[in-house]
Design a protein around this ligand. Structure first.
Ligand SMILES: [Cu+2]
Length: 337
């Protein structure tokens, strides 16, 4: 594995950032509403992204973070995003490790961490839900955007701007869209810790079980994994039946070039998950890098709870993972992934 130095110089402050930059109301974030097109548009940048070939641990990847109030009461449907350099030329998505849009006022289903409204990785496609479903967000909701850069191309990019278009359905639409919320099932995530794990050389399988806290339908799912990942699946723990299976497409150097998106009838029944039932997440790697790597395995999806009132309160410290039955002490929830 190439241990090339990561060098990212922030456009406006010009310092070498290797840790989280918790900048509030950062000047590099602009938020506007296009009410004719029903879009909230986030523009972030500029960033100077030097080439950094090879994969390194997360602690070496610089992060950008900024907070903003959500501008409109609406049901978010999906997003599209693009990266351009200072000359207006398109920049490949491979410079992005991830971008998270976080709702700091609602917790996740399985962990007492803040809701990730969207999590975009280098392999994520633009996603748009039909207008019949949406994620409810009120005007003024305290949001946060975090970006982690990892320029894996051989090219340096200057003045990189990221534009994120978030499509919404207006609040007054009749009939009202079905409520969906993001769901994140993660092999390692827990409050106050990195959600990564060591992946030894060769074939490697790791699994984790959780007890579903609410009943609902999984409408769509995709994954986030690291180099040399070979698969991610969700099983019914009792019957061992595979419910979701995702196989990443790797390039010749083990990098993930495509992570399939699984749809379970976004307009139809979806894949039903039951409160009180055990599910198992299983990740497989075939690490041919020659050294132990930093792995991740997250199954992210869109989930429609049968009753939103069953969703754990923001104050709840409950953890659905069965390796972690005791609620953890209050921890920093400004998590990288
Ligand atoms: Cu990762």
């Amino acid at each position: 594995m190439t241990q090339s130095r990561l060098r990212v110089v922030w456009g406006t402050i010009g310092c070498l950032a290797t840790t989280s930059v918790a900048a509030q109301e950062d000047a590099r974030l602009a938020v506007r509403v296009d009410s004719a097109r029903h879009e909230v548009i986030l523009t972030v940048g500029p960033f100077e992204l030097s080439s950094m070939k090879g994969h390194e641990g997360h602690r070496d990847m610089p992060e950008f973070s900024a907070r903003f109030p959500w501008p409109v009461t609406a049901m978010a449907r999906g997003f599209s995003f693009a990266l351009h350099d200072s000359t207006g030329k398109k920049v490949p998505q491979r410079v992005l490790h991830h971008l998270n849009l976080i709702n700091t006022t609602r917790r996740q289903l399985l962990l007492p961490l803040q809701e990730k409204v969207m999590a975009i990785g280098r392999e994520t496609k633009n996603i748009m839900l039909p207008g019949t479903v949406g994620l409810p967000l009120e005007a003024g909701t305290r949001m946060k955007v975090t970006i982690m850069w990892h320029n894996q191309t051989p090219v340096d990019f200057s003045g990189v701007m990221l534009t994120l278009h978030i499509r919404y359905t207006p609040d007054n639409l009749v009939p009202r869209p079905v409520t969906v919320l993001p769901i994140s099932m993660d092999l390692a995530d827990r409050p106050g810790a990195e959600n990564s794990f060591p992946v030894p050389v060769g074939l490697f399988t790791i699994s984790r079980e959780f007890m579903m806290p609410v009943t609902g339908r999984l409408l769509a799912a995709t994954g986030h994994m690291h180099d040399w990942a070979t698969g991610l699946r969700l099983e019914d723990a009792a019957s061992r039946k595979t419910l979701v299976s995702i196989t990443p497409i790797l390039d010749s150097t083990g990098g993930i070039s495509d992570m399939p998106l699984r749809l379970f009838g976004v307009r139809g029944d979806g894949l039903k998950l039951h409160a009180g039932r055990r599910y198992r997440l299983v990740a497989t790697y075939d690490n041919r890098s020659g050294a132990t790597m930093d792995g991740m395995a997250m199954l992210g999806g869109i989930f429609s709870p049968s009753d939103l009132r069953d969703w754990p309160d923001r104050e709840s410290e409950d953890i659905a993972y069965l390796d972690h039955p005791v609620p953890a002490p209050a921890a920093d929830t400004t998590h990288a992934h």
